[in-house]
Every structure is written in structure tokens, then in C-alpha cells.
Design a protein around this ligand. Structure first.
Ligand code: AMP
Ligand code: MG
Length: 437
């Protein structure tokens, strides 16, 4: 498939594709398809286990051993053959024949009527399959006694391989490595892991009115905050970032910036310049640079967005290419469109799997106005009330320029495309930031 027509091919397979009133779900489908990892991007790096935190596992991690490697005691107590429990009288008694600790096993065979004192983690002595916890026993010299109903055969024993089985994948390719996975890899004896190379993302802000922090704020100007929120969101995703600063609304400068970004990065994220008044000259420029479509997404905030692939060379298809996410300029719209569209796109490029995020249900603490025919995202605070019910309230002024509404929030409230007014007490869908942000 020629790269030039890739976007056309993707959208031609979609039913109900309308770039001027695009549903959020359709936009995500197109983005994930265009961002699917290409063979050339599947380079594997071997890194020490700790350095793999937050990276994408390149291949299934197959367990070379069983964990645990032997059946072992799950409690401090006495191990014995549980075959005698069924049919026993009210109490059972055993003669203590030895001891086993974690790391020091009992080297004999435990005969019927005998037991072995065991500590948690000790290898189960030969002949034993059950552990009676110490607190249920009475000891008198070398004899222990306990109520037979206090234990069932097989209790308090961890089975060989019950955590990880030799020859089976302990972690699957595409997994983003978390703290538990570091421990899991270490429990298998791995000192290094194979991870995908990091995706490289260039980003810049567009707008003549923007000033960078450290500069004087001229009348009518605003500080560029988008490069900071974008930096934070990209860094959390674990990509390499290339901050290209602020680019004024001048066609030559913008074109140079886009070409440079395409030659140095896998993806480009820009903010501003895609709203109706500004998009015209950008559209003309994009037609020169690559295969970019301009969407009006049926959502709020964040209606306009540009998406596609651009090239660094003199002609389309020449030089290096990068996927372009042209986000709206408003600070809240940038963040919402990042989470909804850029994040899944970049995760797809990274080869990450199973990172869809959690959608919860919560009771709305207030009435929320809503227009049917678009998906609306409010910034919310999710909390559990005194009765244990999960509720959500919105964070004050919801204008798409009010970044504070985002900073105060711990979730996005997602109001469905077809929904209209939400009454107080209605259930709404909520996307928690935790794990996302
Ligand atoms: P635009 O989409 O370029 O028309 O921008 C929409 C609004 O967002 C305008 O009020 C801009 O001043 C504001 N804006 C655009 N880019 C940024 C930025 N990087 N930081 C803060 N505000 C911005
Ligand atoms: Mg602008």
C-alpha cells in the first residue's frame, strides 16, 4: 500500500465516516489504524530489569523455572500427611520429628503419625501435604495436639509453580512494565529484559500571541502553557520528547518546523492553528507536506483537529515521515484531545497492548447541561460519599481555556454522544486520571 493513500484506505473501510461531524470512536479507529507499528519500528533493546520500568516488553517473557520451585509451607506450623484427617476422631496428635526453615529443608521422610515443625516458605517435607498453623496446636514435649476440624487436607501449602509455571509466558509482549512486573521478572532470575525502542515525539506550539516562560508578557499575549501539559503527558507515556518551542503563525516558519519534526521524530504533536479562521493556510501547507485530514469532531471541548502523516523531503513520500496530531489551541482541549486521541495513537505505535484505561460509573452530584449529537467531557472530582456510593461533581467553570478545571479534577466525566441533560442523581461514565495522567 502506498503511504500516500494509507489514510484514504483506512477511512474508506469505515462506515459512517464524516470528517465534518466525526464521532470520537471513529476518530480513534482511524488513528489506531494509521499508528499501527511498522516492522522497521520493532527494534528491541536489552536493558537491566529496573530500567525496563514503563517500557514496552518486546517479546513474551517465558518462565524458565517454576515459582515456587517446590511445594512449600504457607504458614508457621507443623507439616504432616493429611490423609489421616478424614475419619479421625475429635483430636489428632503427632510426634514432632524435625524442623524445616525457609532455605533449610528436612532431609528425611515423614512417616504417618509424625510431623515436622515448619516455618513459612520451608520446602514441604517428603510425605507431607498439609500444614496445621502453630496457633491451633498445643505442644507437650515432642507431641502436638489439635482439633481435627481445624484443618483440611492440603491446607496452608503453596504448590510448586502456582505463581509462575515453567515454559508458560509470565508476561506478554506489549505489556508496559510496572513495579509488580519488575519483581516478577526478578523472581524468575532475569537480570535484563527486551523492550521496544522508545517512540520519539516532537512537539511545538503555534500562535503569534504566545510567549515562553521567562519572556516579558506583551499586551494581548499569553504564556505558552500547552508545551508544559504536553511535556507532562508525553513524559508519563514514556516516549522520548523533542521540545521545538513556539512557532509563530507564519507559513515559511511553520513549514520548516514541520519538516524538521518529520525528519527527527516518529510523531508530531502541535497545538493551535487548526480552528476555522486559521486552518486555511495550514491546509494548503499540509497538502504540500503529506497526507493530512482536517476533522471536526462531534465533541466538546476540542472540535477541530488535524491528523495524518507528513514527510520531511521536498516532495510528499520523500525523506522521513512522522504521524501528525494537530490539536486545538485551547489548553483544556489540548489535554482532552491528547488523552482521547494522541494517547491511543502513541500506545499503538509503541506496540503497547491492554492499556485501554478504565471507564467507571458514578452518580452525578449535580445537573449537567448537555447537547445531544456530540460527546462532551467535563472535568470532575470522583469521590466516595458517607454511604459508600461513588459520586462525581464537576470542577467549576468548564470553558476550554480554563486549565484550572483540569488541574482540580481527578477524572473526566464522559457524556455520551446521544445523551441530553444529565439530572442530579443520574449515572454517568467517568474516566479516572489515575493510571492515565
Ligand atoms: P487556536 O486554536 O490557535 O485558535 O487557539 C485557541 C485559543 O487557545 C487562543 O485563545 C489561544 O491563545 C490559546 N492558545 C493557543 N495555544 C496556546 C498555548 N500553547 N498555550 C496557552 N494558550 C494557547
Ligand atoms: Mg492560534
Amino acid at each position: 500500500m502506498s503511504a500516500l493513500t494509507q489514510l484514504d484506505q483506512i477511512v474508506s473501510c469505515l462506515s459512517g465516516y464524516d470528517p465534518d461531524a466525526l464521532r470520537v470512536s471513529k476518530a480513534i479507529e482511524v488513528i489506531e489504524a494509521l499508528c499501527a507499528p511498522r516492522e522497521i519500528d520493532w527494534a528491541v533493546e536489552r536493558v537491566p530489569v529496573r530500567a525496563a520500568l514503563g517500557r514496552v516488553l518486546a517479546k513474551d517473557l517465558v518462565s524458565p523455572i517454576n515459582v515456587p520451585s517446590h511445594d512449600n509451607a504457607a504458614m508457621d506450623g507443623y507439616a504432616f500427611d493429611g490423609g489421616c484427617i478424614a475419619g479421625a476422631g475429635e483430636t489428632l496428635s503427632f510426634t514432632v520429628k524435625g524442623e524445616a526453615f525457609a532455605g533449610r529443608q528436612f532431609n528425611g521422610h515423614c512417616e504417618p503419625g509424625h510431623c515436622v515443625r515448619v516455618m513459612t516458605g520451608a520446602v514441604m517435607p517428603s510425605g507431607c501435604d498439609t500444614v496445621i498453623p502453630q496457633e491451633f496446636t498445643e505442644r507437650d514435649g515432642q507431641t502436638i495436639r489439635f482439633l481435627s476440624k481445624a484443618v483440611r487436607r492440603g491446607d496452608n501449602r503453596r504448590l510448586m509453580g502456582e505463581d509462575l509455571t515453567q515454559g508458560k509466558p509470565a508476561l506478554s509482549a506489549g505489556r508496559i512494565i510496572r513495579p509488580a512486573d519488575l519483581g516478577l521478572a526478578a523472581s524468575l532470575g532475569f537480570s535484563e529484559l527486551g523492550v521496544r525502542r522508545r517512540v520519539r515525539v516532537a512537539f511545538f506550539s503555534t500562535g503569534d500571541e504566545l510567549r515562553s516562560v521567562g519572556e516579558a508578557l506583551d499586551p494581548g499575549c499569553v504564556y505558552d502553557s500547552n508545551r508544559y501539559t504536553l511535556f507532562g503527558m508525553l513524559a508519563r507515556l514514556g516516549v522520548d520528547v523533542v521540545d521545538m518551542g513556539v512557532v509563530p503563525d507564519q507559513p515559511e516558519l511553520l513549514e520548516a518546523a514541520f519538516r524538521q519534526a518529520a525528519s527527527s521524530a516518529d510523531a508530531i504533536v502541535t497545538s493551535g492553528g487548526v480552528s476555522v479562521g486559521e486552518a486555511d493556510f495550514i491546509k494548503t501547507m499540509m497538502a504540500k507536506l503529506g497526507d493530512v485530514t482536517f476533522w471536526r469532531i462531534a465533541m466538546r471541548p476540542g472540535r477541530p483537529m488535524a491528523f495524518g502523516r507528513i514527510w520531511s523531503g521536498a516532495r510528499v513520500g520523500e525523506g522521513d515521515s512522522a504521524v501528525l496530531f494537530g490539536l486545538p489551541g485551547n489548553p483544556v482541549a489540548v489535554m482532552v484531545t491528547f488523552y482521547l486521541f494522541v494517547r491511543p495513537g502513541l500506545l499503538s505505535m509503541m506496540g503497547a497492548k491492554g492499556e485501554g484505561g478504565v471507564v467507571m460509573q458514578a452518580v452525578s452530584d449535580e445537573e449537567i447541561p448537555k447537547r445531544a449529537g456530540r460527546t462532551e467531557y467535563r472535568r470532575g472530582v470522583l469521590f466516595v460519599d458517607a454511604k459508600g456510593e461513588t459520586r462525581v461533581r464537576t470542577t467549576g467553570g468548564q470553558g476550554s481555556g480554563i486549565l484550572r478545571s483540569m488541574s482540580d479534577a481527578n477524572c473526566l466525566v464522559m457524556l455520551d454522544h446521544d445523551a441530553s441533560l444529565v439530572a442530579k442523581g443520574d449515572r454517568v461514565s467517568v474516566i479516572p486520571f489515575d493510571g492515565l495522567v
